[in-house]
Write a protein that binds this ligand. Sequence first.
Ligand SMILES: Cc1ncc(COP(=O)(O)O)c(C=O)c1O
Length: 460
Amino acid sequence: MKGFEAGSLQLLAEALETLDGGFSGLPDRAPELTAGELVSLRAGLTAAAERLRDNYPYHHPLYVGQMLKPPHPVARAAYQLAMWLNPNNHALDGGRASSAMEKEAVAGIARMFGWETHLGHLCGGGTMANFEALWVGRESNPGKAIAASAQAHYTHSRLASVLGVPLREVAVDERGRMDSAALERTLEDGEVGTVVATLGTTGAGAVDPLAEILELRRRFDFRLHVDTAYGGYFALAGNLEPEAAAAFDRIAEADSVVVDPHKHGLQPYGCGCVLFRDPGVGRYYRHESPYTYFSSPDLHLGEISLECSRAGASAVALWTTMTVLPLERGGTFARSLESCREGALALYDALLADSRFAPLFPPELDIVVWALRAPTASEASARAERLFAAAAQHDLHLALASFPREMCAPAAPVESWDSDRLTCLRACVMKPEHREWMPEILSRLDVAGDRLAGEPPEIS
Ligand SMILES: Cc1ncc(COP(=O)(O)O)c(C=O)c1O
């Protein structure tokens, strides 16, 4: 196969035999498909494959657009292996082994942040995980507001409104990090119950100054929630700048943390994780189920999560990935994150040296954002949109993102600000292969940029 890894299909077949052996005491149930069924399944699968061609090539290193990362082959195979059982991690009744695997995997993530004890579980993704953390925040500090930065993911304002809690937006500095002086002013009336610190914002990968926020917690009484859905695994990377590294090093002092294995953790979608430092918050989840929880006195994950039915396969995929690629500093997984960051730094350096582009600031993690130089802000935005489209014509897939003038002005991309916001190009350099592919990415960007300027395109 040309673009997709397929060797793991053989390993999946072998693992399936091993799984099958665990149920050999049962009477045979003639599970093979009939010839007629095979014909119709083949037709269905071929039709699905054809439909799926209508996608951006998310798996390819020339896709450097949105925050999408292909699952590791072992995660894909383990997820599919679990599909022959389709366990449900709501209760031990529906997913005995996969619940145990989830507890082990989640404990491994908690240890990555420095917690030997915790309460936590997997869930559908970053939104659901943040929802639970903000809900526990509301239950712990009833009637109080949530404070999050203007660059925090929009999910926080939506969730605040779902929870019926006011949201206070805190200003950011020119690199998109929460301005701790602005946070201090926000805290002064004592009405904030939960502060959200984002370590790795969605737009620009900015890391909020956790040490300064922790300092404020000495004087003000609030719960500290760290949303590190995208950035969390960078806790293992050895090549962050000291300020960002210092923030990741102190995550253990937060009250709750969200990290998404389906972002940098090499997992298929449907895998978020929420963790609480104090296992005692489990009291907010307490409920009775007339249907489940009878099979064992051990903890059923549904007793500590808001969702009921949940894919046990997500836990199987995560556990298997973490077995093959342990969360260790200096290990293969950590090095792959370091490569992503090296790729992002190479992109930033090349953009800085190119007079057409104005990168807003050096990447703190592996997201790079840059404006196109132009006389006016509206022309710079229009050029970014045109380059985005021109690059796609060269099979280079970038993303667009809008940033406020305050975050763009220091890079001086325009002479006249006829708009308060600028549409910029954005690259999520989230595949370790991006580092090796950067010359090719830059060459295609160069050709697309030349085309935009009306010059004849060079063939590289
Ligand atoms: C920092 C942050 N928080 C929350 C979310 C929402 O996560 P999800 O899309 O998994 O619901 C994202 C998604 O990009 C994110 O980057």
